[in-house]
Design a protein around this ligand. Structure first.
Ligand code: DAK
Length: 258
């Protein structure tokens, strides 16, 4: 797949910063951008020297949704066959933690993309919404499911049925985002949070992320059984021995990701 610089990548130590790069279209998620984003994430996910990713857009827009112009004339069959936003699901199979650093508009597919990340750090001017109703459609990439799990039915209904937009402060209050920081600090703070996470035990990060995500998809007893297996599994890692020895020896652990 040709690389079109629709996603810029910068690496600092164990953190990769991925920046959506269609500023002329408010980072609308067209199929080329989505493919490049997913290809890039998968490639970075295989790199053991990295521990955490930050996904961001511009100060004006994290992403203003799927590309309306690209899909405006599509039929149902076109949507099914071209599967413009289909690559979306690939983000859920990324093993390393992803922090969405959101400033400006975070709408439609953009909000669905942010919600597919593991944490959302928002600039105080960020605005979150699912405006598909204005276009005669509805969310199609998790906006009715992940949003409802995050903010609850009452607020999700207002957002999906009546285009209610949440301010960053409201998004924090309703549990959509982890943290709100001043506009001028959102990148710096997201990178600092990512560096902190990236320094942690890699296998435990990967399995902890997977287990928390399973909580949204499975029954309690099944989720707890999976959690137990993952917990036991980590006792076959060098990092578990190192982490527990380091505690007793009152020193910092030296993680190997093994
Ligand atoms: N698509 C295409 N172009 C967009 C766009 C979008 N979503 N959002 C903005 N742009 C373009 C504008 O057309 C404009 O381009 P030019 O006219 O200059 O060529 C440029 O970006 C700047 O936008 P504005 O001039 O409108 O800027 P403003 O500051 O006045 O307004 C805005 C910013 C973000 C409030 C406004 O642009 C806006 O309302 N944008 C649309 C937001 C929206 O309705 N988003 C939801 C899209 S539907 C699927 C899964 C999911 C989806 C689809 C399929 N499958 C699984 C198959 C998701 C659907 C959606 O997200």
């Amino acid at each position: 797949m040709p690389k079109n610089d629709l996603v810029l990548v910068e690496i600092k130590d164990r953190v990769a910063l991925l920046t959506l790069n269609r500023p002329e279209a408010m980072n609308a998620l067209n199929s080329a951008l989505m493919l490049e984003l997913m290809d890039t994430l998968e490639e970075l996910d295989r790199d053991d020297s990295l521990g955490c990713f930050v996904l961001t857009g511009s100060a004006k827009a994290f992403a203003a949704g799927a590309d309306i112009k690209e899909m405006a004339e599509a039929s149902s069959i076109d949507m099914l066959l071209k599967d413009h936003i289909g690559p979306f699901d690939r983000i859920t199979r990324i093993g390393k933690p992803i922090i969405a650093a959101v400033s400006g508009w975070c709408l439609g597919g953009g909000n669905e993309l942010a919600m597919s990340c593991d944490m959302i750090l928002a600039a105080e001017g960020a605005k979150f919404g699912q405006p598909e109703i204005n276009l005669g459609v509805m969310p199609g990439a998790g906006g009715t499911q992940r949003l409802t799990r995050a903010v609850g039915k009452a607020i999700a209904m207002e957002m999906v049925l009546n285009n209610r937009t949440l301010s960053a402060a409201e998004a924090l209050q309703y549990g959509l985002v982890n943290k709100v920081v001043p506009d001028e600090r959102y990148m710096e703070d997201a990178l600092a949070l990512a560096a902190e996470i990236a320094a942690r035990a890699p296998l435990a990060l990967r399995m902890g992320k997977q287990a928390v995500n399973r909580a949204l998809e499975t029954h309690l007893a099944d989720g707890i059984a999976e959690e137990r297996h993952a917990f036991y599994f980590l006792f076959s890692s060098e990092d578990q021995k190192e982490g527990m020895r380091a505690f007793s020896e009152k020193r910092k652990p030296d993680w190997k990701g093994k």
